[in-house]
Design a protein around this ligand. Structure first.
Ligand code: PEP
Ligand code: MG
Length: 321
């Protein structure tokens, strides 16, 4: 009931005591990006580039890709835009990249793994992103989906450097990468937690199966613990070479206002979400101090169940009553 009375998002995400948490948008096209900018997003935290590839039976040309990415950059002049490289496979099959006979597509050749089965597609995409970035003044970051090992992170960073892209990062959405976050983050400049897949793989519960929704819940204690481990790994990697690592969240978890507070308390630096969640998340975040968010993160981390974590945290956020 209180939701309608929440103040509009003013475009600067922070706690009530001024701890900044940029609130970014997840977008999948130039049109999405315009809507996100209108909703007050501070930038783009996840550009799902599949939009440029879906429904086609061959790879889009360099020119088509440059135009598609440029349309997103146009909506956010001077702002940060995090471009995710192609995440084909599993729930996002592409006819020219996905082997339909895989027995278990979620555990198959998807995301960054397609660089081995279809060499060249990723390098050409990076070239197109660099091209589009070159004619815009956005702060363009590039990240790879489905990274499982530090070696994969390192390979991706090398490919980005070859394309002239200066800010390589990885999605943390495989439990192995969260557990080894320090090693993974030592190879790249930032990470973004994909909590949709991280939850699916941690709980071994298909994200597309509604019947498993109670397992497929980012409030699950094991998922929160992996998020905390990722933040800690990022801090250690940053301390080792004195280059702080941004650790953001771009899964649906960031659009749950109570969970957004917990994520902030865990030390997540940026939250990227569907644009319609920005105002509520912004309002709830600005209703707590950083210390309160940290206390709520502590509460969530020690809860025995997802339901207990959610209930206890929400009960301590009067703005959500
Ligand atoms: C995620 O896995 O949380 C994510 C943001 O990526 P996608 O939903 O596109 O797999
Ligand atoms: Mg994902």
């Amino acid at each position: 009931a209180a939701r309608s009375s929440l103040p509009a998002f003013n475009g600067v995400g922070s706690t009530s005591d001024g701890h900044r948490v940029p609130l970014l948008a997840n977008v999948g096209s130039g049109r999405d990006a315009e809507a996100a900018a209108a909703a007050g997003a501070e930038g783009v935290g996840l550009l799902r580039t599949e939009f440029c590839f879906l429904g086609r039976d061959s790879e889009p040309s360099l020119e088509e890709q440059v135009a598609a990415y440029g349309a997103v950059f146009d909506a956010f002049p001077g702002r940060k835009v995090v471009v995710r490289t192609l995440d084909a496979g599993a729930d996002k099959p592409l006819p020219f990249l996905t082997d339909k006979s895989e027995p278990n597509p979620a555990l198959g050749v998807r995301g960054f793994r397609t660089d081995r089965s279809a060499p060249g597609v990723l390098a050409r995409q990076l070239e197109a992103i660099a091209d589009a970035a070159g004619s815009h003044d956005c702060d363009v970051w590039v990240m790879a989906p489905m990274i499982s090992t530090a070696d994969e992170a390192s390979d991706f960073a090398v490919m980005c450097a070859a394309a002239g892209l200066a800010t390589p990062g990885v999605m943390i959405e495989v439990p192995a990468a969260a557990i080894k976050a320090e090693a993974v983050l030592s190879k790249v400049k930032f990470a973004s937690l994909g909590t949709n897949d991280l939850t699916q793989y941690t709980m071994a519960a298909d994200r597309q199966l509604g019947t498993l929704a109670s397992l497929n819940d980012p409030w699950q204690p094991a998922v929160l613990q992996l998020i905390a481990m990722t933040v800690q790994g990022g801090a250690l990697a940053g301390a080792a070479d004195s280059v702080p690592r941004n650790v953001g969240v771009c899964g649906e978890a960031a659009s749950d206002p109570a969970l957004a507070v917990v994520l902030t308390g865990l030390g997540v630096n940026t939250l990227s979400m569907t644009p319609r969640a920005l105002s509520t998340v912004g309002a709830v975040l600005s209703s707590v101090t950083l210390a309160e968010a940290q206390a709520l993160a502590g509460t969530a981390l020690v809860a025995r169940t997802a339901a207990e974590a959610r209930t206890q945290v929400r009960s301590q956020l009067p703005i959500l009553e």
